[in-house]
Structures are given as C-alpha cells and as structure tokens.
Write a protein that binds this ligand. Sequence first.
Ligand code: 6CS
Ligand code: FE
Length: 316
Amino acid sequence: MAVDLYPTRQGNKTHIMERKDPVVHQNKEYENGPLSKQELKSYENNGYLMFEKLFNDDEVSIMKSELERTMKMNQKRDTDDVIKEPGSNEIRSVFEIHKDSGFFQALAKNHRIVRAAEQLLGSQVYITQSRINFKPGFKGKEFYWHSDFETWHAEDGMPNMRALSCSIILTDNYEYNGPLMLIPGSHKWYVSCPGETPDQNFKSSLQKQETGVPDNESMEWLVDRAGGRIDRATGPAGSVLFFECNTMHGSAGNISPYPRSNVFFVFNSVKNKLTDPFSGKDPRPEFLANRDNISSIAPNKDRLQNVSNITFAGKK
Ligand code: 6CS
Ligand code: FE
C-alpha cells in the first residue's frame, strides 16, 4: 500500500495541513506548452485558470448539439453512471463520456486542453473521470464545498496532488445561474475531514456529498486567508476553466431560467495512477475512477465535428 500523505476520514475532527506536492509540476520536456509564465504563476497562486472562449461559437454549437443528444439518449437509461437530481427525474450528471465512441472521446484529446494539462502536470496525462453536469434552470441543485482530491484520495486511491479538472463551459455562466465558486489559494491547504466513508458512498454522494466536506470553521479559515474573496467562474460559452485537484470549490443551486451545463474532464498524471483507496473501502466503479486499460493521451488537432455513431462505453 502506498504511503498515505493525506490522511482523512479517520477521526471525528477536521484538521488542516499544508500541501506536500508541487502545484505546477515542473518538467523540462513540457515547459514549452501553451501557458505563459504569467498564467503558470496565476495557477500556482490561485489554484485555477480561466480562458475566455478557448472554443469559438461554431465549436460551441457543435458541443451543445452533442450535449443535447447525450441528454436525450440518457433520459431513459436507468444506470449508475447517469445521476439524477435529488428528489426528481432530472439528469444531474452523466459520467464516463470520454468513452463514448464519438464526439466527447475526440474532445477529450483536443490539443488545446491536453497540452495545458501536460504542462501543469509535467508529464503525459490520462483521464481518470469525465462527466457532463447539467444544471437546469429553476431546479438545478447545489454542489456543496469540497476538494475533489479529498474524495479521489480516500475513495479512489489517488496518491498525490497531480491531477486537475478541465471544465468546458457550454452555456453562458452568470453570477445568477449557479456558476462554480472557488476559494483562491485553498489548494495549498489540505482539509482532512472527519467521519468514516460509508460503503457504496458514491450512490448518494454524487447527488449530495456529506462525507469529505469541510466544516464551517475550515471554510472560514480558507476564505479568510484568501482575503475574504470567493471567485466565480463566470464567462461566455466556450470558456474553459482549469482547476487544481485540491482547490476548494462548490456551486449554488440554479433558480434562474437559464440552464448551466458544462463538460468536465479530469486529467491525471500517468505518474499518479490510482492505488487502493486510502479509506480502506472497495474501489469505486470504473465509470467514476478509471483503472482499466489506461494509456496516455496523444493530443490531436482535428477539427471538432458532430459524430453520428454514439454508444456509451459499450453499454446500452
Ligand atoms: O465524487 C467525485 O469524484 C466528485 N464528486 C463529488 C460530489 N465530490 C467529489 C468529486 O468532485
Ligand atoms: Fe468537484
């Protein structure tokens, strides 16, 4: 078993410790990536980086039509990888979209995002999790504050902080339709959380996370250190947010009439493959934490285009 650098869910108290891994993982081979020194510095300091309209309007409209198709295809599928909103039949998330045989598989390899991920992680990368999050107007529910890494470490056995999320925003994100909120600088601190991981925690945590969330004092402490700032990932469709796996983030519900959807790819370094979960529980299913047939991504520059054949990771 790998050494547990970030113990969590082992007692009944929260405690905050310093991060032990670099934020930008330097590697000469990847230093000529697309990100400037200034952008790297900003990611290092804040724990995230937003690019306005990394994808143009034509590309966004292709992405949106694929998203709608994915949504329709999944509406009637009753499987674990399609998550419904708590208390309704509305789709909240669809997982493992990078394994469909078409569009999202290609998008996950797009050089604009993969090259940036490689530069930040200092190695080749692969996808450990992917999803589309839909936050419908009027009834989209919140995601409570959390660090992804806390869950991935405890439940998926991710050893080090050497992963990041890339969120492609497919609808305009405003202050009022439940945009992602992030605490600048929070990635430098690890909030070790109380409580034991329940068996099959993912069956409820993807609707509403209750284990591995920070207590109020820790949140106050992190926001205080950020000078009272809570940032919001607002911007036009086609913008892309990269955020470090340990950045504290969450989002409020969406009672505006405007839906808010995005595509998430989680890139992990090939040097940081999953081990046994540090919670001591069974590993989560493949659709949440990829372990099978891992190979590094070869970035491609292909033009984005609609693809007609679509299956869901071989599942019907
Ligand atoms: O479970 C996961 O992998 C992701 N979902 C939630 C609700 N929290 C942790 C992580 O972002
Ligand atoms: Fe998250």
